[in-house]
Design a protein around this ligand. Structure first.
Ligand SMILES: [Zn+2]
Length: 341
């Protein structure tokens, strides 16, 4: 029996999901049935990276290979687990009538000929997800992993590569692995980006180099050199949603969370966030990849990397997008709304 088929047969109803939710978030009262009265919109976004872009395999202080170049020097087996689920993502959006933002790792242009071009031709916004998906700050120390000049060069090259491939101006950025700091946003603005969507405040983790007490879930203008709201500049931050529960703030932005916590928790977090204003949802094509990935990488640091991927994640994403009752738009729309305010 193939992995895909056995996953499908196990996925009869949401019982599995609820059991998991009970274990992890037992006392959360979910209010997902409540109607959203505001005129908020939800940006739908997709982070286009392959299995070897994750920090256990490349581009972090604890990765198996130092970077994508070293990976390709040494890897002589099939590497492309991205193209097929990206096509399924595009078909899903066609079926649901959704125009989304695809934050693409720029080296996808070189290693998956025609894929980025196809995403753009099918009407979606192209955003940038780094050149090789390297963490900008060290996950352990939160110190910059590059000088400002190195980072500027890297991000400028990525933007240009994506623009040349698609003919679109690329104005949106999502930090690889969501490791971000105020200095990263400053460099983005210098390079010509107009918005970033990476900042995730919640009670489970903080991937930034500062406290996020003043950050909420709605679009804001960050101060220079900081992720705090209240700045006077063009760059806009589209932060990620969370579910504000008595026991803390549960992250609810998408892909990995929908695999680990189930659709209901993510949906509750998004719907609660939509009552505060515009919000953002994201997933990865590799969240819905049905094939097993090569068993490579420092999984000691990320043991739950691929739990629940495949059919189950795809069903959850589809159901979520069908159930959210506000306009589903690309990120650029949220940026424009924020810029007009
Ligand atoms: Zn990523």
């Amino acid at each position: 029996m193939t992995e895909a088929r056995s996953e499908l047969e196990n996925e009869t109803e949401d019982d599995v999901v609820l059991e998991y939710e009970d274990e992890t978030t037992g006392s959360v009262e979910l209010e997902y049935e409540e109607e959203i009265e505001s005129e908020s919109a939800l940006a739908v976004s997709v982070d286009v990276e392959d299995w070897y872009h994750v920090p256990a395999v490349t581009g972090s202080s604890f990765s198996e290979y130092e970077d994508v170049h070293e990976f390709f020097d040494q890897w002589d087996e099939e590497y492309d687990y991205l193209t097929e689920p990206t096509h399924r993502t595009l078909d899903l959006f066609d079926n649901l009538g959704i125009t989304a933002t695809f934050f693409v790792v720029a080296d996808v242009v070189d290693n998956y000929p025609g894929l980025v071009e196809e995403i753009a031709e099918r009407g979606h916004e192209i955003g940038c997800h780094g050149l090789h998906h390297e963490c900008a700050i060290d996950p352990d120390t939160k110190e910059p992993r590059f000088t400002r000049e190195e980072y500027k060069e890297q991000i400028g090259t990525a933007k240009q590569k994506l623009e040349e491939a698609t003919g679109q101006e690329v104005v949106g950025f999502r930090a690889p692995n969501a490791y971000v700091g105020g200095w990263v946003l400053d460099v983005l603005e210098e390079v010509g980006f107009k918005y970033d969507s990476s900042v995730a405040r919640n009670s489970l983790y903080n991937k930034t180099d500062q406290r996020l007490d003043t950050v909420g879930t709605t679009s804001y203008t960050p101060c220079f050199g900081s992720l705090d709201p209240g700045g006077d500049r063009e760059l806009v931050e589209l932060p990620w949603p969370y579910y504000d529960a008595k026991l803390g703030k549960i992250p609810a932005a998408g892909g990995p969370l929908i695999r680990l916590f189930g659709r209901r928790v993510v949906q509750a977090g998004i719907e609660q966030s939509l009552r505060r204003g515009d919000s953002v949802f994201y997933f990865h094509p590799i969240d819905i990849a049905r094939e097993s990935f090569p068993k490579v990488g420092n999984t000691r640091r990320r043991p739950a990397y691929w739990i629940g991927k495949g059919w189950r994640a795809e069903r959850r994403v589809q159901k979520l997008l069908q159930k959210i009752d506000v306009p589903l738009v690309p990120c650029e729309c949220l940026f424009r709304r924020a810029a007009l305010e």
